[in-house]
Write a protein that binds this ligand. Structure first.
Ligand code: BG6
Ligand code: MG
Length: 217
């Protein structure tokens, strides 16, 4: 068994769902009368649903009462779940399926560390849930990324010290959380956005077994 462990973010790392979160938020923004760009969406990546709405309203300079917020949060999630219902294995990001099976076979412990409250549903839909040694998601934390709580709980569940954990993330908030936890961070995406990561890869195809082997050796 490897001394090191890996913690995977879900949306935008394991599965291509980040685009669905964006589309659902954009629909809401349009409904509220403003546009919402992919660039602005970077601020929403990795953060909780509630925090995402606050950031979106700040971008659109829209004020809502608490009960309206609750209604819109529900609406956004229902829209998102409609996209998820149509999702299949082809939306697992390149190389991830092979990597997860390689880690399992080689007894490298790994956990999910996601802000999403839909994480278990998504992993079940993709038949990936049983591979994970631990799952920590938006239902398990009291403070969202960029707070390190989600990753620290994952490390505890895996029984591996934080400094031996490697976090794979596509969000700025996630890289910040991993760094605060004292873990090694790997950013997947735009280097200009994820520049605080210890390692930068432009997409999951670069997250090869060879690359991971060297990190856990
Ligand atoms: C994160 C996503 O993984 O989960 C965010 O990057 C999302 O975009 C957050 O808002 C919460 O997800 P959910 O599924 O609970 O709305
Ligand atoms: Mg993500």
């Amino acid at each position: 068994m490897s001394r090191k462990a890996i913690i995977f973010d879900l949306d935008g790392v394991i599965v291509d769902t980040a685009k669905y979160h964006y589309l659902a938020w954009r629909e809401l923004a349009n409904q509220l009368g403003f546009d919402f760009t992919t660039e602005q969406n970077e601020r929403l990546k990795g953060v909780s649903r509630v925090r995402s709405l606050e950031i979106l309203l700040d971008i659109g300079k829209v004020h809502l009462e608490e009960d309206q917020k609750t209604t819109y949060l529900k609406e956004k999630n229902e829209q998102y779940l409609q996209y998820i219902a149509k999702m299949d294995h082809s939306e697992i990001l390149p190389g991830i399926d092979d990597l997860l099976h390689y880690l399992k076979l080689n007894k490298v412990p790994f956990s999910l560390g996601s802000a999403s409250k839909n994480a278990r549903l998504i992993l079940e839909t993709l038949d990936l849930i049983d591979l994970f040694d631990a799952i920590v998601d938006g239902n398990d934390v009291s403070t969202a990324k960029p707070d390190p709580e989600v990753f620290l709980i994952a490390a505890k569940k895996l029984g591996v010290p934080a400094e031996d954990c490697i976090v794979i993330e596509d969000a700025q908030a996630g890289i910040e959380a991993a760094n605060k936890a004292g873990m090694t961070s790997i950013g997947i995406g735009d280097a200009a956005i994820l520049h605080e990561a210890d390692f930068m890869l432009s997409n999951t195809s670069e997250l090869t077994i060879d690359f991971i082997q060297k990190l856990i050796a």
